[in-house]
Ligand binder design. Sequence first.
Ligand code: 5FU
Length: 250
Amino acid sequence: AEEKRLTYEQKLENANHHFSKKILEIAIEKKSNLIASADVLTTKELLDFAEKVGPNIVALKTHIDILTDFDFDETVLPLKDLATKYNFLLMEDRKFADIGNTQELQFSNGIYKISSWADLVTSQVIGGETSLDCFLNVGVIAIIGMSSKGTLTSSDYREEALKIAQNHPNVIGGVSQNKIPDDLLLFTPGVNLETKDDNKGQQYNTPEHVFKNLQTDFIIVGRGIYKANDVEKATLEYKIAGWNAYMNLI
Ligand code: 5FU
């Protein structure tokens, strides 16, 4: 028998941040632990993608700075409407990695104005605990461990990173390829049903593997979905694989 894990309902009872509650409520309601990574290059592709995956995901993860035609009104406003229409969160995978003052500027300014639309942001914790103070009104997902081959996120690094994540009230969870304590939500990228790597250092596991071995809470899937011939079908496949893997453990 597998080790027991906390259910989303139990985690919701323990949650005290607006966005940890929110993402858990959506997971329970949609029976989904799937986050789709929208690593596409145009606003049209992004919005078409969000329309297709929206009903079945808890969050849409963006790298907003890879869009070639970003325009606040034409990109962000319709994206926010889709997030409301289909009830998913917007997670900007910015991976902030600077001093507090610079992160504060990057978070709210420039053309992206991330603080005005993102519900969740990823941040490295390399700048130390105080560097996370600037992320107000958003749930921070701390990068604890990376999925790429040769990453410097050793067990010593992860241990120290976890201390920062657990102590900071803005942090609701971590990105990692290892188990993390129950008081943080675990987000796991590097998930693919078909392939083990991408020849650029990415390392993939299956949904089943990451639920069983890491007791993850949310799987993050990029190319497995946005490169699929049938995006809606692939979304459902990952949603069902993730949900079944979770259900098998509770
Ligand atoms: F923090 C991390 C990490 O350790 N690995 C990742 O792959 C983030 N990611 C992101 O998840 C990465 O930047 C991509 O946006 C996404 C994975 O995409 P893939 O196409 O499924 O490999």
